[in-house]
Design a protein around this ligand. Structure first.
Ligand code: AR6
Length: 361
């Protein structure tokens, strides 16, 4: 997966290059710059002195010294002054020039912090958008594994409207899995259904007071309702298809269906796997093995890249042996984006990340 968001400390990344959000002296400072200099050791400062500084938007490269990364690319982000002073262009050039330097130096993997979004005050959501735009543009013509490393608890704030749209869709749609009722003691069931980042849903108190058998019946009824709803939704959206048409593709494997859909959409392989944020090597494996079983996030990524409507997306994902249900946040978030016709894998990954879910691809 060519662009990956992760939470953590960039100095710990084992990659060909990490990027430093430096200042124009290149002689170290606070934030990530300070952390990188401390972890790399004082030899880094000796090499930096020889570089004689760096202009905003430009980039320079040094060795990684004591870091697990082989190289450090030092770039100088703009200071945020309200957004009308060329900040976006300068920040974009930081990513563009750093990636070009990484490529020139034969790097296959690079990790970025969210440049300018700390001491330099660039709003995190805007800084993220610039980072993603610049990296996406680069990946259109180049193969590289690029990480954006987000630091601290408030690492990323999803656009407010998108966040509340996804959040209320989860609240409306979520239906607890049977096991949540059957195995749960009253106490355990009173816990939030999701992990620390979620904490959105609590089982209704009335459901908790019921005897175990009643709880199972209630849960089964809830599940049946969801199932029925899905059938209705599918029937409403699915284009009429003849029985012959359906039978023709019954035995298709995931790989065969994927390749057929790529042709039907008039896409090239590269357009499809890049849009899916899938690595070329993984795509080649899927292409050459008709029985290849991808992981669920990979199957989902292709459904997104192909911009499939919900029924077809479900079909493709089922070919890989998975389903989209209403019993977990990941599935619901995917459904939200598909039903709203928003097929940008990077945007979906930001939402998944914000809700503490596995990313797609
Ligand atoms: N790993 C990953 N990200 C980090 C780490 C880390 N170890 N530490 C901080 N961040 P900043 P800037 C995040 O302030 O805004 C220095 O003094 C942090 O949460 O390091 O470009 C330089 O010398 C934030 O999201 O860099 C300059 O003078 C992001 O890294 C000035 O600060 C960037 O925050 C540059 O300011």
């Amino acid at each position: 997966m060519p662009l990956i968001y992760i939470k953590g400390d960039i100095t710990k990344m084992t990659v060909d290059a990490i990027v430093n959000a430096a200042n124009s002296s290149l002689l170290g400072g606070g934030g990530v710059d300070g952390a990188i200099h401390r972890a790399a050791g004082e030899e880094l400062l000796f090499e930096c002195r020889l570089l004689g500084g760096c202009k905003t938007g430009q980039a320079e490269i040094t060795k990684g010294y004591k870091l697990p990364a082989k190289h450090i690319i030092h770039t100088v982000g703009p200071v945020w002054r309200g957004g009308d002073n060329g900040e976006r262009e300068l920040l974009y050039s930081c990513y563009k020039n750093s990636l070009a330097l990484a490529k020139e130096n034969g790097c296959e993997s690079v990790a970025f912090p969210l440049i300018s979004s700390g001491i330099y005050g660039y709003p995190k959501d805007k800084a993220m958008q610039v980072a993603v735009d610049a990296i996406k543009e680069f990946l259109r013509d180049n193969d590289m594994l690029v990480y954006i490393v987000l630091f601290g608890d408030n690492a990323l704030r999803l656009d407010d409207r998108l966040y509340s749209g996804v959040d209320s869709f989860i609240k409306q749609t979520y239906s607890p899995p049977l096991s949540a009722f059957a195995g749960a003691s009253d106490n355990a069931a009173a816990q939030p259904m999701f992990g620390k980042a979620g904490g959105l849903f609590h089982l209704k108190k009335s459901a908790l007071k019921k005897a175990p058998v009643e709880r199972e019946v209630a849960a089964a009824a809830a599940a049946a309702t969801v199932f029925k709803q899905e059938i209705i939704e599918d029937a409403e959206c699915e284009p009429p298809e003849s029985l012959d048409e359906r039978l023709k593709y019954l035995d298709e494997s995931f790989s065969q269906m994927l390749l057929r859909l790529i042709d039907e959409k008039g896409m090239t392989d590269a357009e499809c796997y890049k849009k899916a944020n899938i690595d070329r090597k993984l795509f080649s494996k899927i292409r050459s093995d008709i029985n290849y079983h991808p992981k669920k996030p990979t199957a989902v990524a292709f459904a997104i890249a192909l911009e499939l409507p919900m029924p077809q997306a479900r079909e493709l994902i089922e070919k890989a042996g998975y389903s989209l249900t209403h019993t977990n946040k990941f599935d619901i978030i995917i459904e939200y984006f598909i039903t709203n016709g928003r097929y940008d894998v990077f945007e979906i990954n930001e939402a998944l990340f914000a809700f503490d879910q596995v990313l797609i691809a």
